[in-house]
Structures are given as structure tokens and as C-alpha cells.
Design a binder for this molecule. Structure first.
Ligand code: ZN
Length: 665
């Protein structure tokens, strides 16, 4: 569920019937009633990309227009409308199937051009469809047709529809082209020269063991910079393009438009600013505490899990769905039986993870590019949260709604409930480190969600066209406010271009933060009373995505993040749990055979030996970096220093891995 699906204008209600050769699979559980959903019962292997010919859709549309000019055609008009719903689902499903194979083979030009072509067809068909529905509603068929559509609010939306102008069409085409440029530029290989030697990302990673701290810093910064130089201009073009579009829609800028129209948020940009502030004050310090404990754990074993095959991930994650609720296990089994996922490794795959719905079949599908770390497991749990929602939604393309703040509670809430089974899922001896890690990432989602939102807000709302330099400086300043530490002396930051959402779906990222806060609230309930927390989660999932964020929290009795104190309380709950977990490890003793504390100490010591001298070499640090290192020396024991030092080093190594992950959900 990674991108808005170019259909904000279609977020309407309709009881569309899918006329398709299907076997109904009717699920009815304590929580969900799927009796109206007609599922195709088809496996991914049996789905074929056949393309989409819009001729029939245009015929239906033309017929509707002709029929509306004569009396007595109520039934036929309504039938054509339903058939159009089916056509739109077919078209979207073909687009999604092509997208899956394109993401599997991101350099495939044929798939890329089909993607472009289908998006153009899609926009034109949708435009013609919306025009004809609006026009028919303007005739004597207003009452019968409106009654058939069923929802008066939706009828009003149809009536408000304005034709796609050439100007808008051109802007949308340009946006799509720029997004593709970004996809390619982000996958491209960059070569930099540092002290006379040429480096690529690959040769840098290969040589990393042999490099000094100083060399690592120089090379990785140069690589980030080269990528930024290629991508930043694309970003600035996208900002111009999107602001122009937002102004056509009647908004000051794209951020305002996206908050209201695209993501259906029931809070404003003004209101979220109080969340930015609370996150900087309360979440940022807890993150660094939890981070320390992550590095004190079995981090290496968590990051290198070469045994994580597709089958292994599917099995070990599936094993505990029923422990949460049988309703989840049932959907998981359906997904497995129909092989509705693509999570194996291939070097040509796009680095994304997402869940999409193949509407024609009423079957969701999970795509992920694994990297053989704990993150493959976490992503499977995360995406399955989306999967379960999409499975029960029963929406068609016309009725689907975009509501990311709520969607990510489904996924992150499940991740947190899964911490209970961390010893089994992540492996023996790794449970506690995985728990700290998932919490760490949850806090990271909150921080990065706010950071990227504040960043994008500032760029879209700027009173002039920002330059590349200004954008990089802005990101540096904001990221430092959110606790990021840099060990160079520059005044700009470059690696923000690695977050694809900034390019494919701006203003989306904050949803990870708002949802993580809600998910953490559910998790704190589960800490007190496991079943109560599970029930709260399951109750929340029954609302699907049809209820807006603040309203949903209220309905489920969860705390409002816009109220004074909520974020502070959540931060405190995580801090307490994390420190108790760490303390528990000390008192109950850990399984030393899995690389316990001693081994980490040795590892930390060796890191200190490797980099300690260089770290005290003031030539490579700005004064603040050096002060910080000196601060560590005063404040921490040798072992803790080792852990902090690891933090420093891993900002280049492990954090690089982590942050590249957060992008992909
Ligand atoms: Zn997600």
C-alpha cells in the first residue's frame, strides 16, 4: 500500500457487482462479514497480463450518453454504469499485473513503456467515464441513476467533476515521466573519485572492511552527493509540476491539496505542527536510548540471515497468525494457497515492498524485495496487515479510498502485536534484540514521518522556487532538529533522495508517524492486557479504511495525538518497556551460545581498536563531532563507549541499511 492510486476523484461509494467467472469464497468470522465479496479463487500463476483495450469501455460510455437522451432507459443506463465498474477494475488489474513484472525487472523498457501507456489510457477512460456520469446526472435520469449509485455524497462528487483539460493532462504526463526518471536515477550506479581512486556503491561495500573511518566517510559522502546531484533537479521539477496542479485544483500548494484531497486527512497542516514539536521533544531522546540497546544486542545475527528463503519467511510468519486471531490465519492461508506474493530475491527487482489489490479478482498481492535480514520477516508481517485489510475491504476501483494514516495502523499494529512471538519468528536468542529493533523502527517511523513531512511542507510552501543547495541545507537543518547527527563539516545533507515517497507520493510519509503513534497506543494496551490489546486491534481493522484518522481513534477509544500529553505518554511507555527488557536480559542471563554480551563487548572493543585512533583525530571532525566523542568518554563506561562508537560507525553502515528499508513500505 505504497502509493496513492491516482483515483482520488473516484473515492466514491458503489455496490459494484463483478460479473466474472468466479467461485465465491465466503468468509464470515467474529470480526468480518465478507458475504458480499465475490472472490476469484485464482492463483497468481494463473493470472496473465493480457493488456487492456479500452474500446468496450468507450462503447459503454457512448451508449450511456445516447441512452440518456431518450426516455425509458433507466435500467440500461444503470447496467452500463455497473459494467463500467467492471471495466475499470479489469483495467486497473492489468496495470497492477504489469507493475509487478516491471518492479521485478526495473530496467525492462517494454514494461516501463506499457506502464506509461496504461496510465494514459487509464486517465482518459476515467475522464470520459466521469464526464458521462456527470452529464447523465444532469438529465431527467438524475433520480433513478442517483438512486442506483446509492450515495448522495458520491452523486454530488460526480456532479462536481470538471473535465480533464489539456493543461492538466500535460502536467500528469510530465509527472509520470519525472517519476520514471527518478526510478531509474535511484537504481543507477554512480562513480566517484576520491583521492584518485574510483568508487561505486558496490566497490565501496566490497572494500568496506579494509577502509579507514576517514575513507569511509569521504567515499560515502561523495557517493551520496553524486546521487543527489542527479536526483535533486528531478525533485525540483516535480515540486513545480505538483504545485501547478494543486493551484489548478484551487489550493495554495501541493501539500495543502494532498492533505485534504489525496489522503483524506481530518487534521490540518497547522495541527500537525504541534506533533512535530512533541516528537522532537519526547520521541527523539527515547529513540537514542532504544538505539543503544539495539546495538548492545545481537545485531549482527539480525542483519545477516542468509537462510531466509521465501518459504521460510512465509512459514514462520504464518505460524502465529492464529495466535492473534483465527480470522487472520484464514486470510493468510488463502494468500499462501494462491501464491499471492512475490517476495523472492532478484537483483533486478525494484527496492520496494507493497500490497496492491487486484480488483478484478478481489485478491490482494504482496510484493517485496528481500535483503536477507530480519527486515524481510518484519516486512512480511507489516504487509500482511495491509493484506488483511484489503482482503475484507470488498472495494472496487470506484469505491476504494485512500487513507494512509489508518492503513498503516493495520500494518504497524500487527508488527507490534507480533513482538510477543519474536523469539520464534526472528529466531532463538534474537527475540529481545528484535523487540528493541522493531520499537526502534516504530519510533523511527514517527521521527522520519514528521521529518519528511516538515521538509516537504517547507519545500511546497516556499515563497520562491528553491535551489538544490537550499533544499539540501533545509534537510540538513531539519534532520538535525530531529536528532540526526552528521560527522562531516558540511551544511547540507544529501541522502534524503533515497526515500522514494518524496518522489512518488509526497506528503504520504507522515502517515507512518501518525499511524505508528496509534499502533503504539494499542500496543501499550496489550502490555497491560494482551487480549484487550488484540481485541482493540481487531476492532480497529473492522472499520477498514473508510473512517478518517481522528474519528477512528475516537471510535476505538484510543488517545488523540493532537492532545497535550499523548505523545509524551507513548514515549514514556516505550522507554519503560525497552529499559525493562534490557534489565531483564542482565538479570535473567542470556543465551550465550547465540552471541551474548561478551561477544558484543569483544566486537565493540575491536571496533574501538579499529576506529578509536581515527575518531580522536580532530582533523576529520568539526568541533561539534569532537565534543560529542569527548562527551562519550566522560559519560560512559568502556563498553558503553564501544556501543556508542558502534552507533557512530553504523551511521554509515547499518543505519544506511535501516533507512533504506524504511523507505520501502
Ligand atoms: Zn505500509
Amino acid at each position: 500500500m505504497h502509493r496513492n492510486i491516482k483515483k482520488a476523484v473516484l473515492s466514491l461509494m458503489l455496490a459494484g457487482l463483478v460479473v466474472f467467472q468466479v467461485l465465491p469464497v465466503q468468509a464470515q468470522t467474529q470480526w468480518y462479514d465478507d458475504s458480499d465479496i465475490v472472490r476469484a479463487d485464482i492463483s497468481y500463476e494463473d493470472m496473465e497480463y493480457v493488456g487492456y483495450d479500452p474500446a468496450y469501455a468507450y462503447t459503454l460510455i457512448e451508449e450511456m450518453r445516447t441512452l440518456s437522451q431518450e426516455p425509458g432507459n433507466e435500467e440500461q443506463i444503470n447496467t452500463n454504469y455497473d459494467l463500467m465498474g467492471v471495466e475499470l477494475d479489469k483495467m486497473y488489474t492489468q496495470q497492477a499485473l504489469n507493475e509487478i513484472r516491471y518492479y521485478r525487472d526495473v530496467n525492462n523498457e517494454e514494461y516501463a513503456s506499457i506502464d506509461t501507456e496504461l496510465q494514459q489510457i487509464y486517465r482518459d477512460v476515467v475522464d470520459q467515464f466521469l464526464q458521462v456520469v456527470r452529464d447523465v446526472l444532469g438529465t431527467e435520469y438524475r433520480e433513478s441513476f442517483g438512486a442506483h449509485i446509492g450515495d448522495e455524497e458520491m452523486v454530488e462528487d460526480y456532479l462536481d467533476y470538471e473535465d480533464m483539460t489539456e493543461e492538466l493532462q500535460a502536467l500528469l504526463d510530465e509527472e509520470n515521466a519525472l517519476e520514471q526518471q527518478y526510478d531509474q536515477a535511484s537504481m543507477a550506479e554512480y562513480t566517484v573519485t576520491v583521492k584518485g581512486q574510483k568508487w561505486t556503491e558496490a566497490s565501496y561495500n566490497e572494500a568496506i572492511e579494509e577502509l579507514t573511518w576517514r575513507e569511509m566517510l569521504a567515499i560515502s559522502t561523495a557517493l551520496d552527493r553524486a546521487k543527489n546531484e542527479a536526483i535533486c533537479p528531478i525533485f525540483l521539477d516535480l515540486v513545480k509540476n505538483r504545485n501547478a496542479r494543486a493551484q489548478i485544483y484551487g489550493y495554495d500548494n501541493y501539500a495543502e491539496y494532498a492533505y485534504t484531497d489525496l489522503y483524506n486527512r481530518d487534521y490540518t497542516i497547522e495541527e500537525i505542527k504541534s506533533v512535530y514539536a512533541a516528537v522532537k521533544e519526547y520521541i527523539v531522546p527515547v529513540l537514542s536510548e532504544v538505539e543503544e540497546r539495539v546495538y548492545a544486542g545481537n545485531l549482527n545475527d539480525l542483519l545477516y540471515m542468509d537462510y531466509l528463503t521465501e518459504d521460510y519467511v512465509i512459514e514462520v510468519v504464518g505460524r502465529h497468525m492464529g495466535d492473534i486471531d483465527p480470522a487472520l490465519a484464514e486470510v493468510y492461508q488463502y494468500m499462501v494457497d494462491h501464491h499471492l506474493y512475490d517476495i523472492d530475491y532478484d537483483p533486478n527487482k525494484m527496492n520496494v515492498g507493497y500490497t496492491t489489490t487486484l480488483y478484478e479478482y478481489q485478491e490482494p498481492f504482496i510484493f517485496n524485495t528481500p535483503d536477507y535480514s530480519y527486515y524481510d520477516l518484519e516486512t512480511m508481517i507489516h504487509e500482511f496487515g495491509h493484506y488483511n485489510e484489503a482482503f475484507h475491504a470488498g472495494t472496487t476501483l470506484i469505491t476504494d479510498v485512500t487513507n494512509m494514516d489508518v492503513a498503516e495502523i493495520h500494518s504497524q499494529g500487527l508488527e507490534l502485536l507480533y513482538l510477543e512471538y519474536a523469539d520464534d519468528v526472528y529466531g532463538e536468542g534474537l527475540g529481545d534484540t528484535a523487540r528493541q529493533m522493531v520499537l526502534y523502527q516504530m519510533l523511527y517511523s514517527v521521527i522520519d514521518g514528521c521529518l519528511y513531512d516538515e521538509f516537504q511542507n517547507a519545500v511546497f510552501a516556499a515563497d520562491h522556487d528553491m535551489t538544490e543547495e537550499e533544499v539540501n541545507q533545509l534537510f540538513r537543518r531539519l534532520s538535525e532538529e530531529y536528532g540526526y547527527v552528521y560527522y562531516d563539516t558540511e551544511d547540507a545533507a544529501y541522502d534524503w533522495v533515497d526515500v522514494p515517497h518524496t518522489f512518488s507520493s509526497p506528503m504520504y510519509y507522515v502517515s507512518y508517524g501518525t499511524s505508528a503513534l496509534a499502533a503504539l497506543d494499542i500496543w501499550t494496551i496489550a502490555q497491560e492486557d494482551r487480549q484487550a490489546g488484540i481485541d482493540k486491534y481487531m476492532e480497529l481493522t473492522t472499520y477498514g479504511l473508510t473512517t478518517t484518522y481522528c474519528e477512528l481513534l475516537e471510535k476505538c477509544g484510543l488517545k488523540s495525538i493532537f492532545e497535550e500529553g499523548t505523545i509524551r505518554e507513548i514515549a514514556q511507555a516505550v522507554a519503560d518497556y525497552s529499559s525493562a527488557l534490557a534489565a531483564g536480559e542482565d538479570t535473567s542471563g542470556r543465551d550465550e551460545s547465540f552471541g551474548g554480551y561478551d561477544e558484543d563487548e569483544a566486537f565493540n572493543n575491536s571496533m574501538w581498536e579499529r576506529f578509536g585512533n581515527e575518531l580522536t583525530d580532530d582533523a576529520i571532525f568539526g568541533s561539534s563531532g569532537l565534543d560529542m566523542i569527548e562527551g562519550f568518554v566522560e559519560m560512559h563506561t568502556y563498553i558503553l563507549l564501544g556501543a556508542e562508537l558502534l552507533t557512530v560507525i553504523t551511521i554509515l553502515i547499518i543505519i544506511g541499511v535501516l533507512s533504506s528499508k524504511e523507505k520501502k513500505k
